[in-house]
Design a protein around this ligand. Structure first.
Ligand code: NAD
Length: 496
């Protein structure tokens, strides 16, 4: 069986800890690879390689760094299908979706190509007589990224593109469930001319993450994953004085007002609920049907669900693939029984779809209606192809429901009423808002991040806030000697 090893200082580094984990093809349920799990010592080796590469990389001119980023962009783009195939083989999402993931990740590399512009400071000539003041932003040093299974290529690109563009060196700890896309990206970055040690990959579990968090050479940690782990990582990194952004779980609501276009809303609910088998942090997991639209909306969603083509994702036809592991599939499916037991109506039970009985980790699409906020299927992040419908009477009931939910990643409204949409934008407590758009993932030149339990730390990821996260500011106050005006002055410096 093929072994997946670390990538340190520009080379594949076979694991030496004696610990490893299985990697499955979710479509067949077969274990295809073993991935090495790094020990604390191996993590130290990767961080040391990044620390050794930092002085030269930091001193590399902006134009040279931009040049390398353009090459990285072209190299990754040329291997787009290959990276997508790795994603499909280990994550399970269909090839077209995997290719979309790579494209959205590349947006971040494209943004980072503008680094000479993005790092421009401010300059105030003659702030005081013969005195100038200017600001610069400098890299932090070694920074680390810890990424989730559900976007094994895009989320690392959210992190490393800006990080290395700013002059930092990087250590990535990808998800142990689908590690190959990150490895292929590491090789391609080297091929594109990135100096050895600027980008390193260590695989593993909590042992590797704890070693990253404990290392004083790591100056900042960018984490994306589930809420309990995000909270713990934020606390630990903050305690040791590291800069940290920890993007976390979600429960994204889509409010459908009675005046919404029914077909458009139903199309959006099915696309955003079941795309990538619901394993997206911006998936719609709750449809909030306001007033009389409830019955026709549930009927329209059900009709569309019957047409979703489920398959192994390697063909052009399948629209939804399997879930990432058997345990995750079974956990997702358990919400159908718990929902029924707690009073929800199971409109479509995905377990009855024949795909759910094979050896792969498939689960058919499922719909729960008349879900209420006390039910486990509403309270927990299910992260699978189970869509819930909550019925409410008014817009006020709907916005209260959304705002009382502890998560606040994305939220959407479907309506034809511009005033209602504007009010929603004003009222809603979520970091990313869609108006007749179900998955409002910002483009690469804005920043991505949720509110409440969906983000620990104050900086959103990628875009302008990503540049801010990976740099620290310095302000220089400068005077050049002019013997003609020099004198002793013990007063506090004032502008003159
Ligand atoms: P996860 O929290 O299980 O794992 C994320 C990373 O943390 C992985 O690299 C994993 O190896 C590591 N990890 C897991 N348990 C750990 C522990 N106890 N201590 C230290 N490290 C640990 O998340 P996942 O299942 O890979 O990804 C799905 C989750 O990520 C969902 O909750 C989803 O909403 C969230 N997510 C959020 C965003 C966002 O931008 N807010 C984006 C994608 C995914």
């Amino acid at each position: 069986m093929e072994q997946i090893s670390h990538y340190i200082a520009g080379q594949v580094a076979p694991g030496a800890s004696g610990r490893s984990g299985p990697v499955f093809d979710p479509a067949t349920g077969i274990e295809t690879h073993r991935v090495d799990f790094a020990s604390a010592e191996e993590v130290r080796t990767a961080i040391a390689a990044a620390a050794a590469a930092f002085p030269a990389w930091r001193a590399t001119s902006l134009s040279r760094r931009a040049d390398i980023l353009f090459r990285i962009r072209d190299t990754l783009d040329a291997h787009r299908s290959e990276i997508a195939a790795h994603i499909t083989a280990q994550h399970g999402k269909v090839l077209s979706d995997a290719s979309g993931e790579v494209a959205r990740g590349l947006e971040n590399v494209e943004f980072a190509c503008g680094i000479p512009h993005l790092l421009k400071g401010e300059y105030s000539e003659q702030a005081s007589t013969d005195l100038d003041v200017y600001s610069i932003r400098q890299p932090l040093g070694v920074v680390a990224g810890i990424s989730p299974f559900n976007f094994p290529a895009m989320v690392p690109m959210w992190m490393f593109a800006n990080a290395i563009a700013c002059g930092n060196t990087f250590v990535l700890k990808p998800s142990e469930k689908d590690p190959s896309p990150a490895m292929r990206i590491a090789e391609l970055l080297s091929e594109a001319g990135l100096p050895d040690g600027v980008f390193n990959v260590v695989h593993g579990d909590r042992v590797a993450v704890d070693a990253i968090l404990a290392d004083p050479d790591v100056k900042a940690v960018s984490f994306v994953g589930s809420t309990p782990v995000a909270r713990a990582i934020h606390e630990s990194a903050t305690r040791s004085g590291k800069r940290v952004q920890a993007l976390a779980g979600a429960k994204n609501h889509m409010i459908v007002l009675p005046d919404a276009d029914l077909d458009m809303a139903a199309d959006a609910a099915v696309s955003a609920g079941f795309g990538s088998a619901g394993e997206r942090c911006m998936a719609i997991s709750v449809v909030v049907a306001v007033g009389a639209i409830g019955d026709p909306l549930v009927a329209a969603i059900k009709e569309r669900m019957a047409k979703v083509r489920i398959g192994d994702g390697r063909d052009a036809q399948s629209e939804m693939g399997p879930l990432v592991t058997r345990e995750h599939r079974d956990r997702v499916a358990s919400y159908l029984d718990s929902g029924r037991g707690q009073g929800a109506t199971v409109v479509v039970d995905g377990r009855q779809d024949p795909v759910s009985t094979g050896t792969g980790f498939f689960l058919g699409v499922s719909l729960l209606d008349r879900v209420t906020p006390e039910m486990d299927c509403y309270r927990d992040e299910i992260f699978g192809p189970v869509l819930s419908v909550v019925r409410v009477e008014t817009y006020e009931d709907a916005i209260r429901l959304v705002n009382e939910n502890p998560w606040g990643n994305g939220a959407a409204i479907f309506t034809r009423d511009g005033g209602a949409a504007r009010r929603f934008q004003f009222d809603v407590e979520a970091g990313m808002v869609g108006i007749n758009v179900p998955i409002p993932v910002p483009v690469g030149y804005y920043s991505f991040g949720g509110w409440k339990q969906s983000l620990f730390g104050d900086t959103h990821i990628y875009g302008p806030e990503g540049i801010h996260f990976y740099t620290r500011g310095k302000v220089v106050t400068s005077r050049w000697p002019d013997p003609a005006t020099s004198r002793v002055d013990l007063g506090f410096p004032r502008t003159r």
